[in-house]
Design a protein around this ligand. Structure first.
Ligand SMILES: [Mg+2]
Length: 180
């Protein structure tokens, strides 16, 4: 087996329609998500990245309990180094506070921004939020629930993938480039 070097890149990730298929969500009467399935390939990709040594931070809009439920149900509890959730922060993406808290959760500083990638499906929240914060963005276009058209330069992603598993070769390429 080939020895794998500790990854240099740090991953921030959205959940809804990035890891979880929002079309499968079932909510209780209070609106808490009590069941949801992953997007095909998302669970395997997330686990593989975690096992490779990537530090992964959840940066998601919703309630703490909803994400606790769906991550536990899908066996993704252990992959997150930290969870930054809008309910707890009091603001939603593209709020810069969401991204700032994600950096702080890992003790990262300005100098680390070049190593961070934000993955999401929403150009107004995930992509614009990341771009304004000064980190690179990856748009996942698997879900067709919303438009991917950028209404401002802020909403143009750095990279674009059509399926979760495409993240693996993208990261391999970026790690290689970073290693020079
Ligand atoms: Mg989303």
């Amino acid at each position: 087996m080939e020895h794998q070097k500790t990854p240099r890149l740090i991953l921030f990730t959205d959940i809804g329609d990035t890891i979880i298929d929002e079309g499968t969500e079932i909510r209780d009467e209070s609106g808490t998500v009590i069941h949801a399935d992953c997007i095909p390939g998302a669970r395997e990709t997330a686990l593989r990245l975690y096992e490779t040594g990537y530090r992964i931070v959840m940066v998601a809009d919703g309630t703490v309990q909803s994400f606790a439920n769906t991550m536990r149900e899908n066996g993704l509890d252990r992959i997150f180094a930290a969870r930054v959730i809008s309910e707890a922060v009091g603001e939603e993406k593209p709020s810069q506070r969401m991204f700032g808290e994600a950096m702080a959760s890992l003790g990262l500083t300005e100098a680390d921004k070049a190593r961070i990638l934000m993955i999401g499906n929403n150009v107004a929240r995930d992509i614009a939020g990341a771009n304004r914060f000064g980190i690179r963005s990856v748009l996942l276009t698997w879900s067709k629930r919303r438009s991917f058209e950028a209404s401002s330069p802020d909403e143009v992603p750095t990279y674009r993938i059509a399926a979760p598993k495409e993240l693996i070769p993208l990261l391999a390429r970026l790690e290689e480039e970073a290693a020079g």
